[in-house]
Design a protein around this ligand. Structure first.
Ligand code: MIC
Length: 298
């Protein structure tokens, strides 16, 4: 009843245990809204991702660091609250200098997130799969990670360091940064825009913390399967924009159908039904809760 019963601390603890548990790959689709997180949990996935690209797109904005910490924490918190799964949020470059990064981590902890990733791009940042990116010097990037790791009050909050350096300085630099970020306190590494499975595997072998693979469509990485990634030693896979793209594709087709046919009738068989929607928002559970409270007498 009332959906997520697990506290943020419990979700963070569960994530730590899942990451410590052998080499099982954790699959985290990107939720573009809280209801999407509910569905991700219902379908048996292991975690929820909140993408900066999706949060930006939701506001009609490109993913170039225009969103504020308040916007990101607010929306990510709404999403995290709706699920018992751990939720990881994209914190871009951390919203400023190292002291801003520290505050970012604490605000995201308070919003109920299980962790976040901080990247080494310069501002304005861009999608990790586009050309023309720039990264800050290694020393500055390491300070961001150290600030994030030191700022946490819950030691289970996952600080993941993302490096975009592969596309700028090459693969060896990505390995160098991954190792330096782990030394600075990173709990996990997100090597952005790897060019092959072998590159993911090499990063996983180079560090003793979990490595994430970003399986975003229309990007620089091939779309590897869960078993391929697992065999390469990857521990977490995200599908950051997949559900938004799928949904928006359906929305476009729906609008075209209404225009062409003058009615939405042909769309109905493929729609989520009223009953399924009510199930996901626990309509019956709220009614039962309400009825019970009204019979309560001291
Ligand atoms: C992971 C990512 O940062 C995101 O915001 O989800 C993006 C995804 C994308 O634009 O496809 C990225 O930079 O890879």
């Amino acid at each position: 009843m009332l959906h997520a019963t697990a506290t943020a601390q419990e979700k963070r603890g569960a994530l730590r245990s899942a990451l410590a548990d052998g080499d099982r790959l954790l699959r985290w689709p990107g939720a573009f809204n809280p209801l999407g997180a509910r569905l991700i949990e219902d379908k048996g996935f292991e975690g929820v991702y909140v993408s900066g690209a999706v949060l930006s797109a939701d506001l009609g904005l490109p993913d170039i660091g225009l969103t504020t910490l308040t916007e990101v924490a607010g929306r990510a918190g709404q999403i995290a609250r709706m699920t018992n799964l751990p939720t990881l949020v994209d914190a871009d470059t951390g919203f400023g200098e190292p002291m801003n990064v520290a505050r970012t981590v604490q605000v995201l902890e308070d919003a109920g997130l299980a962790g976040c990733h901080i990247e080494d791009q310069v501002n304005p940042k861009r999608c990790g799969h586009l050309d023309g990116k720039q990264v800050v010097p290694l020393a500055d990037a390491v300070q961001r990670v150290r600030a994030a790791a030191d700022a946490r009050r819950d030691g289970d909050f996952l600080v993941m360091a993302r490096t975009d350096v592969r596309a700028v300085e090459g693969f060896d630099a990505a390995i160098e940064r991954a190792r330096a970020f782990v030394d600075a306190g990173a709990d996990a590494i997100f090597p952005e825009a790897m060019r092959s499975l072998a590159e993911f595997e090499a990063v996983a072998n180079a560090v003793d913390v979990p490595v994430l693979a970003n399986m975003t469509e229309f990007g620089k990485s091939e779309l590897f399967t869960v078993s391929q990634l697992q065999d390469a030693g990857v521990r977490i896979v995200i599908y950051p924009v997949t559900l938004l793209r799928v949904a928006m594709g359906a929305v476009e087709r729906g609008l075209d159908e209404i225009t062409a046919a003058g009615t939405q009738a042909a769309l109905v068989p493929d729609m989520q039904t009223r009953a399924r929607l009510y199930e996901l928002v626990d309509y019956a559970g709220y009614n039962a809760f309400d009825a019970e409270i009204f019979t309560y007498r001291p």
